[in-house]
Design a protein around this ligand. Structure first.
Ligand code: 5GP
Ligand code: ZN
Length: 114
């Protein structure tokens, strides 16, 4: 997708502070962090929302979860705790329509989320 900002990050056309990558996923720091650690886990392929996932994407979403745990360990927040969030569609706050998992940590997290 040429007009997708996260596809541009995957392609290297716009810079990002990448903290983990493998053949399927990329993890980089959020431009507007909401916690001391705020990273975004994205698949290299363009999937607009969680609603667009197909059964054959199950392994990819599993890899995204594993990347989140790797980054949480790297960032030193795995033991104290961290939050993983997918926003799906505008009503939940999704602004970039290329699926991404927020990984937030380094401060206490309230519940319920806003
Ligand atoms: P959403 O609101 O869609 O769940 O989350 C999108 C996230 O992407 C936001 O937290 C926003 O700060 C982040 N973001 C938007 N554009 C960029 C960008 O160009 N680079 C980085 N690193 N993060 C971005
Ligand atoms: Zn995209």
């Amino acid at each position: 997708m040429t007009d997708c900002i996260f596809c541009k990050i995957v392609a290297g056309d716009i810079p990002a502070d990448i903290i983990y990558e493998d053949e399927d996923v990329l993890v980089f720091r959020d431009l507007n962090p909401q916690a001391p650690t705020h990273a975004l886990v994205i698949p290299r392929c363009h999937i607009p929302t969680l609603n667009d996932l197909r059964p054959e994407d199950a392994q990819l979403v599993g890899k995204m979860s594993l990347a989140a745990t790797t980054v949480a360990r790297q960032e030193g927040i795995a033991d104290e705790g961290y939050r993983v969030v997918f926003n799906c569609n505008a009503g939940a706050g999704q602004t970039v329509f290329h699926i991404h998992m927020h990984v937030l940590g380094g401060r206490p997290m309230g519940w319920p989320p806003g």
